[in-house]
Ligand binder design. Structure first.
Ligand code: ZN
Length: 590
């Protein structure tokens, strides 16, 4: 599903569309202060008072504690990547029925660039003077002719929509959970607390203040108004080509200084003790294009055919604002000029509002807030490969439906409401999400032939142990082990994605004698991981039969979002016998 969306290989342009998808880093809950695990009910972590001591596991040393707020280590690169959009794919529709079209869309959405003032009810009109700008998700649909709508409708069988994927959105107690099913199998799960402006900030734009510049780390700590400072690396700093031209990228201390006010966008949520990651190159994702203000960026998704790219280039030549860059996403395929134009204008309005707000704000302050998770997911992923989106919250349902009607009207019928009052089962039970989630929180995972996986987390890495267990095979030991390892490789890829496990992962497959078998297992693992839109890297099997791999770290992980460390043992799993240790074991017990 991954693709290269345009000219740039990485970075801010992919806000909302990094290689981890729309939910990049946003799916999991607030990091706690220090080593404390996030807990349900946390809305904002307590600020760290005073300088935090460096800890084992920090990828970068803590800066001088005497500098205000410069209290967290950063995160080392490794999280750049391509972009992906909707899968696209099959076309055509068996449904020829007429569609009711809402009148009155014209003018509001299409009338000459003044969309800002008209951008609507809902979120738009609630904007106070210094409220952060929000993406418009409720403007009226672009009027499309019947043939266009027909061609965009998904496939149906006997009047029922068909598609590989389905999405269930469940809202309760201020927590939104999204479950993505492939067939009936749960493949991804995201959790968010929409009210959280501390940990779920990916894509947000801030007027921020540089706290301290650390030449030795080629980074700066930046105050964005959250308890933890964010970090801006040299590679994400914008500088004047004329001033530094020809000499390569300037050193960070040549461009930034303490107390300086800068505009910056979050490209990665804060995770655990690491602060959010920033870029100075802002980009605003729309449904069909990404606007990169004050940039020469120009790109059209390479996943599109040459003729389609040509058509889009023509449209872009007319609608692209001169001083801004634009990236056209895969979702723009077969999209009309009017719709693309409107997407560009919508983003332009957003950017103008952001700039205006920046002009009257004082750092640090939030200028632009990304829409909540369900919208981001739909913006990035929803297409006719989804047979449906079922939502159990009436308000969320209405808003999502309105949004889809405005950006993807041909598929609006695929958004449906699961009414808890009428339905006999809760949404997640109805689609067997509950039981699959529970299994995904277990240490042990059974394999089809009786083998198993044990998944263990340590501070620095995740270890997966493969066992043959009850799998006794049929022909030879080598064959049994080989078959078992193949099953394990498939299941491991699935579990990593579902559990959202990131960082270093070490897999201990059962020993195989035959080299070709070892290679086949590694290949199977790589192929299975290719379906994961989060970037992974697999190294060759070592002499001891271990496979080392990495997976980009997005959120805290599924387990962390549902569990707390055991209070009795601190999560270690054992309790020490203090009496015995104190030497009073025998005397005390008499
Ligand atoms: Zn315990």
């Amino acid at each position: 599903m991954s693709e290269n969306e345009g000219a740039r290989t990485a970075g801010p342009g992919d806000a909302g569309s990094t290689d981890s998808g729309p939910l990049a880093g946003e799916s999991h809950p607030a990091p706690g202060a220090g080593g404390r695990k996030p807990q349900i009910g946390d809305s904002r972590p307590a600020p760290d008072l005073g300088g935090r001591k460096p800890q084992i596991g920090d990828s970068r040393p803590a800066p001088d504690a005497s500098l205000t707020g410069g209290d967290q280590g950063g995160d080392q690169g490794g999280d750049q990547g391509g972009d992906q959009g909707g899968g696209g794919g099959e076309s055509g529709s068996s449904s020829g029925r007429r569609r009711r079209r809402r009148r009155g869309g014209r003018g509001r959405g299409q009338g000459g660039g003044s969309q800002g003032q008209q951008s609507g009810g809902g979120q738009g009109s609630q904007r106070g003077r210094n409220r952060p700008v929000e993406a418009v998700t409720d403007d009226a649909p672009v009027e499309l002719d019947e043939d266009t709508l027909k061609s965009r409708r998904g496939r149906e069988r006997r009047g029922k929509p068909i598609g590989r994927y389905m999405m269930c959105v469940s809202v309760s107690d201020g927590v939104t959970q999204i479950a993505v099913l492939e067939g009936r199998q749960l493949i991804e799960h995201y959790l968010s607390r929409p009210a959280d402006d501390v940990s779920e900030i990916h894509g947000n734009v801030y007027l921020s203040k540089v706290q301290n510049v650390l030449p030795g780390m080629e980074a700066a700590f930046v105050d964005i108004g959250t308890p933890k400072n964010a970090v801006l690396y040299r590679g994400d700093v914008q500088y004047d080509e004329k001033e530094f031209g020809g000499k390569g990228r300037p050193r960070i201390e040549q461009v930034l200084r303490s107390r300086q006010t800068i505009l910056a966008q979050v490209t990665k949520n804060p995770i655990a003790h690491k602060g959010a990651r920033l870029t100075q190159e802002v980009s605003l994702p729309g449904r069909f294009v990404v606007l990169v203000p004050n940039s020469s960026t120009y790109g059209i998704s390479k996943r599109l055919s040459e003729s389609e790219r040509k058509r889009l280039r023509k449209i872009l030549d007319r609608v692209k604002p001169k001083q801004h860059g634009v990236i056209v996403r895969t979702a723009a395929e077969d999209i009309t000029k009017e719709e693309i134009e409107r997407d560009v204008r919508r983003l332009l309005t957003q950017w103008n509002e952001i700039e205006k707000l920046a002009g009257r704000s004082e750092a640090p302050s939030l200028l632009y807030r990304e829409p909540e998770m369900a919208f981001r997911f739909i913006r990035e992923e929803f297409n006719k490969d989804f047979r449906g989106v079922v939502i159990d919250d009436p308000d969320m349902f209405e808003r999502v439906r309105t949004y889809v009607e405005s950006v993807n009207p041909a598929l609006v019928d695929r958004i449906s409401y699961h009414d808890p009052e009428i339905e006999s089962l809760p949404l997640f039970e109805r689609h067997h999400v509950h039981e699959q989630l529970r299994k995904a929180l277990d240490r042990k995972v059974w394999l089809p032939s009786g083998g198993s996986l044990i998944i263990e987390h340590t501070e620095a890495l995740t270890v997966i142990d493969v066992n043959t267990g009850k799998n006794v095979g049929r022909s030879s030991l080598e064959e049994t082990v080989f078959r078992n390892n193949l099953e394990a490789a498939e299941e491991i890829a699935r579990q990593l994605r579902l559990r959202d496990i990131g960082g270093i992962i070490v897999i201990d497959f059962v020993d195989m004698e035959i080299k070709a078998n070892r290679e086949a297992v590694a290949t199977t693992l790589r192929d299975a991981l290719a379906r994961d839109k989060t970037r992974t890297q697999v190294f060759d099997i070592s002499d001891l039969g271990l496979v080392e791999m990495t997976r980009k770290r997005i959120g805290e992980g599924l387990l962390e979002s549902f569990a707390n460390a055991c209070a009795d043992c601190g999560g270690r799993g054992v309790n020490l016998d203090d009496d015995l240790l104190a030497g009073s074991g025998r005397a005390g017990r008499r």
